[in-house]
Design a protein around this ligand. Structure first.
Ligand code: WT7
Length: 650
C-alpha cells in the first residue's frame, strides 16, 4: 500500500508540469483560489464572459433568469446558431482548411476527413435536404444510426435549420426506438441499412421498419447506405436514400437565428420509472457550457487531435465529440468500430495513426484493456498523448493507475469528469495543471459550480460522511425540462430539498480537502458499462412475458462493467424455472430494450423479500448480490425468504 501511494505522489509531481490554459492567467493568479474565487463570486459574469467567445446575432438582455425555479433561462433574448458557431465562425477565422472531423470506419482501410469548409458543405446539403422533406424550425428529427459521419453532420444540419435532434443509440431495440420517436412526435427518422460490428454485417433497417409500424407521426425516412444493400423494399412516398436526398442540394444554407432558449436537442435517458425521460437542452447555454468546459478541462490548444470514444447516441458524444470540440474549432475523431476489431490494439492503432493528443474514454473500457494486457498498447506509439479523460462511472484507483502508467506513460494527467445527461456539461473535474489529482476522485466542482453533499434531511454533511450529491446553483447547460413533462422534471430533480436545489441521484462524499468522491446511483438506475439503464424498464420487460408474475432487477458488482443487471423472477402459478426459460427471458428483455439491457442472470424464486404493504425490498437483493449482509429484515412480511435467497446467491 505504502509503495502504491508513493508512486501516485511521484506521478502527481509530473502532472503539475502542465501549464494551465491561457485564460486562467488572464483572469486570475493562476493558482487556486484565483479562478475559483472569481467564478464563485461573479458566476453570472463568469459565464457571460465565456458566452462572449461565441458569435451572437443579438446579445442577451440578461445573463440568467432564475425567477421561476426550476425553470432557468440563460442569455435571455440572445440570438445565436449552434451550427454556425461550430463551423462558419472558424472558417471566418481562417481555419477553413483545418481538419474538423476525422472519421475512422470499422474496416481498417476506411476513413474520411472533413475540413471545416467541407463540413460546412455537407451540413448545408443535408440541412437543405431536410428542408425539402418539410422539416422546419421546431420539428424534431430522430436519428437511429451507427457511428457514421452522417450522424455528426446530421446534428449540425438540424441545428442549422433550428430543428431539434433526438438521437437514439443504434443498439436500442425497435420498441425503445418507437417509444422515443412517439414521445418526441418526430416526423422524420434518419436511419441506415445496417452497420458493422466486429466484421459482421448487422441489420438496422429491419429494426427501423419494425418501429415504424407503431410510429404514425413519421412521414419521411432517410436511409444512409452504409452496407450497399440492394434488398431494401422502399416505400417511395416515405423513404429516401441520404445520398440521393443531398446530391443536388446547394452547399449554402443560411443558418436560422435561434433564440438562446430554443430547444437544441432531446436526449432520452432512463429514469426510475419505465418510461424514458426526454431531457431537453437549449441552444445558447448548452453551447457556452460545453465549449468552455471542453477548452478548460482538456486544456485545448489549436493543434490538438482529440478523440472521444463515446457513441454519439449518448450525451458524451453530443457534448464532447460534436459540440464542445467543434465550438472550439478542434479536430475531433469519430470511430465506428469496437476496441477489439480486428485486434485488441485497435484503439492504440488509432492513437498512433492520427497522433491523438487528448483521449476521453470510460473506466469500463480501461478495465477491459487492463484485462487484455499491456502488450496491445505497447505495440503502438502513444507518445503524442498529453492528457487522458475518464467519464461515465467512478474510476477505481487500480484502473486509474493503469491508465496513467500504461497509456499515459506516467506523463499525462487524468481528468476524471463527473456529469450527467441532464447537466449537459462536465461539472466536477480537475483542471489540468491546477488541480492536484487523487485517483478515484473527480476532484472539485468546475469554477462557478456549487456542489455539496446533503443528508436525507437536507443539511450539508461534514467531510467524509456519505450523502447525496446536490447542485446549489444553475449552470448554463443544465436541462431546462423533461419534454412535455414539467411536473416530472420538478419532481425528479428539484423536490428533494426544495425548488432551488438540484438532486443528482448520486451517492457521494466530500473529503477534508473538499474533493468529491462519487459512489454511484442511489435510485433504481443501473450504470452498466457506463450506460444508464432503468431497473424498472427491465422489470416491465420481464413482466411483459407471459410466464412472469413479478420481477425485481438489481445490479450485481462486476469487475469489468461496474454493474450488471440480474433478475429475480416469480413465475405465474404452476410454472417452474429452467435454464431454457431463463435464456428466453434474457432474450425477451434484450428484444424490448436492446442488447445492452440483457440481464446477466435470472433467479427463479417462489417469493421475494417484501414489506408488509407488498413492496419488493430491492435494497436487500442488492446487498445479497454485493456479497453483503442483508441488514435489518424485521420489517419484512417474509423475512425467511432472505435466508433462502442468500444461500442460493452465494
Ligand atoms: C451518471 C450519469 C455524463 C456522461 C456519461 C454518463 C455516473 C458519470 C462519473 C464519474 C462517478 C460518474 C453518475 C451519474 N457518472 N461520470 N466521473 N464518476 N460517476 O451519463 O448516462 O447521464 O449517467 O453516471 O452516476 O449520475 P448518464
Amino acid at each position: 500500500m505504502a509503495e502504491k501511494e508513493s508512486h501516485i505522489e511521484t506521478s502527481m509531481e509530473e502532472t503539475k508540469k502542465y501549464s494551465p490554459p491561457e485564460e486562467f492567467k488572464k483572469k486570475a493568479n493562476m493558482n487556486d483560489p484565483g479562478i475559483y474565487k472569481y467564478a464563485e463570486e461573479n458566476y453570472e459574469e463568469f459565464w457571460a464572459g465565456h458566452a462572449e467567445n461565441l458569435e451572437w446575432y443579438k446579445k442577451w438582455d440578461k445573463v440568467l433568469d432564475w425567477e421561476n425555479p426550476p425553470f432557468a433561462k440563460w442569455f435571455v433574448n440572445g440570438k445565436i446558431n449552434a451550427s454556425y458557431n461550430c463551423i462558419d465562425r472558424h472558417i471566418k477565422d481562417g481555419k477553413g482548411d483545418k481538419v474538423a472531423l476525422i472519421w475512422e470506419g470499422e474496416p481498417i482501410d476506411e476513413s474520411t476527413k472533413y475540413t471545416f469548409n467541407e463540413l460546412k458543405e455537407e451540413v448545408c446539403k443535408f440541412a437543405n435536404g431536410l428542408k425539402e422533406l418539410g422539416v422546419g424550425k421546431g420539428d424534431v428529427v430522430t436519428f437511429y444510426l451507427p457511428m457514421v459521419p452522417e450522424l455528426a453532420i446530421g446534428l449540425l444540419a438540424c441545428a442549422r435549420i433550428g430543428a431539434p435532434h433526438s438521437v437514439v443509440f443504434g443498439g436500442f431495440s425497435p420498441t425503445a426506438l418507437a417509444d422515443r420517436v412517439h414521445d418526441s412526435e418526430s416526423k422524420v427518422l434518419v436511419t441506415a441499412d445496417g452497420y458493422y460490428r466486429r466484421g459482421k454485417k448487422l441489420n438496422m433497417w429491419e429494426n427501423a421498419l419494425e418501429s415504424l409500424e407503431s410510429t404514425p407521426t413519421v412521414e419521411k425516412v432517410v436511409i444512409v447506405d452504409r452496407m450497399g444493400r440492394k434488398d431494401l423494399e422502399l416505400d417511395d412516398s416515405r423513404d429516401v436514400y441520404y445520398h440521393k436526398l443531398v446530391a443536388e442540394q446547394s452547399t449554402e444554407c443560411e443558418p436560422e437565428q435561434m433564440d438562446a432558449e430554443d430547444m437544441l436537442f432531446l436526449m432520452y435517458t432512463s429514469g426510475t420509472t419505465g418510461k424514458p425521460k426526454g431531457v431537453l437542452h437549449t441552444t445558447g447555454g448548452y453551447l457556452t457550457g460545453t465549449m468552455t468546459t471542453f477548452k478548460w478541462v482538456f486544456d485545448i490548444k489549436d493543434e490538438d487531435i482529440y478523440w472521444c470514444t463515446a457513441d454519439i447516441g449518448w450525451i458524451t458524444g453530443h457534448s464532447y465529440l460534436v459540440y464542445g470540440p467543434l465550438a472550439n474549432g478542434t479536430t475531433t475523431i469519430m470511430f465506428e468500430g469496437s476496441p477489439d476489431y480486428p485486434d485488441k490494439d485497435r484503439f492504440w492503432k488509432i492513437v498512433e495513426k492520427y497522433k491523438v493528443t487528448v483521449l476521453y474514454t470510460a473506466p469500463t473500457a480501461i478495465r477491459l484493456f487492463m484485462k487484455w494486457g499491456r502488450e496491445y498498447p505497447d505495440r503502438c506509439d502513444l507518445s503524442t498523448l498529453r492528457l487522458l479523460g475518464s467519464v461515465g462511472e467512478p474510476i477505481n484507483p487500480k484502473a486509474w493507475e493503469w491508465y496513467h502508467k500504461v497509456i499515459g506513460d506516467s506523463r499525462c494527467p487524468i481528468v476524471d469528469t463527473w456529469w450527467q445527461t441532464e447537466t449537459g456539461m462536465i461539472l466536477i473535474t480537475p483542471l489540468p495543471g491546477i488541480t492536484d489529482l487523487k485517483p478515484g476522485s473527480a476532484t472539485r466542482p468546475f469554477p462557478g459550480i456549487q456542489a455539496d453533499i446533503f443528508d436525507a434531511g437536507g443539511s450539508p454533511l461534514e467531510p467524509n460522511q456519505g450523502g447525496y450529491l446536490v447542485l446549489k446553483r444553475p449552470w448554463p447547460s443544465m436541462l431546462r425540462t423533461l419534454y412535455k413533462n414539467p411536473e416530472r422534471f420538478k419532481k425528479t430533480y428539484w423536490s428533494e430539498y426544495g425548488i432551488n436545489i438540484y438532486f443528482a441521484g448520486d451517492g457521494a462524499r466530500k473529503d477534508e480537502d473538499g474533493y468529491f468522491w462519487v459512489v454511484g446511483r442511489i435510485d433504481d438506475v443501473l450504470n452498466v458499462a457506463g450506460h444508464r439503464l432503468s431497473t424498472m424498464e427491465m422489470e416491465s420487460a420481464l413482466v411483459d412475458h407471459p410466464a412472469v408474475a413479478e420481477a425485481a432487477v438489481v445490479g450485481r458488482p462486476d469487475d469489468l462493467k461496474g454493474h450488471v443487471p440480474v433478475a429475480y423472477v416469480i413465475l405465474e402459478g404452476g410454472r417452474t424455472g429452467s435454464d431454457e426459460l431463463a435464456k428466453e427471458l434474457i432474450g425477451h428483455v434484450g428484444k424490448i430494450i436492446g442488447p445492452i439491457g440483457r440481464p446477466a442472470g435470472v433467479y427463479f424464486s417462489e417469493d421475494l423479500p417484501k414489506t408488509r404493504s407488498g413492496k419488493i425490498m430491492r435494497r436487500i437483493l442488492k446487498r445479497l448480490e454485493a456479497g453483503e449482509e442483508p441488514g435489518d429484515t424485521s420489517t419484512l412480511r417474509n423475512p425467511e425468504i432472505v435466508e433462502e435467497l442468500k444461500n442460493r446467491v452465494q
